[in-house]
Design a protein around this ligand. Structure first.
Ligand code: SF4
Length: 330
């Protein structure tokens, strides 16, 4: 299938200064990430807080600039296109519909904002914004309302309408349901599914909620400390995770079963950034099957059975999800 989004060896570090004249300390946030998403796919990006998934989303949205590497959407390098063309390539749906909508603007202006950035004339902006309000299931009478007059679910529908109004090819959904009640979450996920079909969209879907990702994603990429450590088809990932860190994540959401040891998510010992950033595998301090090779060299990404896994022992048979073996402290 044709790739819609191509992320090629992307790296970015934040610079932190302890004083005005001090040299900045580099804090790596995204390290040599490569991933591609085909047209019509939903790539779920999972990982714990601080794993770099939101930074990756911000790089795709041009809210941050990479140090090295390249991002292409529909064949265009995103650092070479103007604002109008960029608005037609990608749009965001953020986590918190309370802070992502300007409380001083009516919905008519909020939804039409990407068109205003692209220089579209006012009459056309209004007509397209009205159409989007209807497409996301909101009544026309709300067109001149303000965000504080809406519920959380309605606000997230407005955020989705704003994302759709410029007819983008890619939506970057960064935790789009985690600030909502469970019943509203299901409605928003259904809406995202409907508009994906009717607009022919592709999604980069970031979430710490593996149940949500299992429901929406066709492919999954797992991030750990800025690196992608495993990626592949969603069904294969959720039935048989290959990387020990992925197994730890999935074991953490399994329902308790009598006779199966509870997952122990505590690291085998507390690590430091220096230890994790050393020559070996960054997961070695926490990994129960680490061996000498893991201390000496970082694992390269291996491909097999449609999955890509960065682990020296990825070829060894690993646990099936839900079986008794728990590699993390079990
Ligand atoms: Fe564990 Fe070694 Fe694989 Fe890293 S490379 S995840 S330390 S087995």
């Amino acid at each position: 299938m044709t790739p819609l989004l191509e992320i090629d060896h992307l790296s970015m570090a934040f610079r932190q200064r302890s004083g005005f004249l001090s040299k900045p300390r580099l804090i790596p946030a995204v390290i040599d990430c490569s991933v591609s998403v085909s047209k019509g796919e939903v790539l779920g990006i999972v990982g714990e807080s601080g794993s770099g998934k939101s930074t990756l989303a911000k790089l795709v949205l041009r809210l941050l600039t990479p140090d090295t590497g390249q991002i292409r959407i529909d064949g265009s390098a995103i650092d070479t296109v103007g604002p109008r063309e960029f608005a037609e390539l990608v749009q965001p749906v953020f986590q918190d519909p309370y802070s992502s909508l300007n409380p001083k603007q009516p919905l008519s202006s909020i939804i039409a904002m990407p068109l205003a950035v692209g220089g579209v004339r006012r009459a056309e902006r209004e007509a397209r914004a009205r159409d989007m309000l209807d497409r996301v299931g909101l009544p026309a009478r709300l067109f001149r309302s303000y965000p504080n007059q809406l519920s959380g679910g309605q606000r997230q529908r407005v955020a989705i309408a704003r994302a759709l109004v410029s007819s983008p090819r890619l939506l970057v959904c960064d935790e789009p349901t985690s600030a909502l009640d469970v019943s509203v979450q299901a409605q928003i996920l259904e809406l995202l599914d409907e508009i994906k079909q009717s607009f022919g969209l592709t999604y980069l879907f970031i979430s710490h909620n593996l149940a949500v990702v299992e429901r929406v994603a066709t492919r999954v990429a797992v991030m750990y400390r800025g690196r992608i450590v495993e990626q592949g088809p969603s069904g294969s990932f959720f039935s048989t995770p290959r990387h020990p860190y992925s197994q730890m994540l999935l074991n953490s959401i399994l329902p308790p079963v009598v006779g199966r040891p509870l997952p122990n998510l505590a690291p085998t010992r507390r690590s430091t950034i220096a230890e994790d950033a050393g020559a070996g595998c960054p997961f070695r301090v926490h990994c129960p099957i680490a061996s000498e090779i893991c201390e000496q060299a970082p694992p390269v990404m291996k491909t097999g059975d449609g999955m890509q896994v960065a682990c020296h022992k990825a070829a060894q048979p690993l646990t099936e999800r839900g079986q008794a073996l728990n590699p993390i402290g079990g």
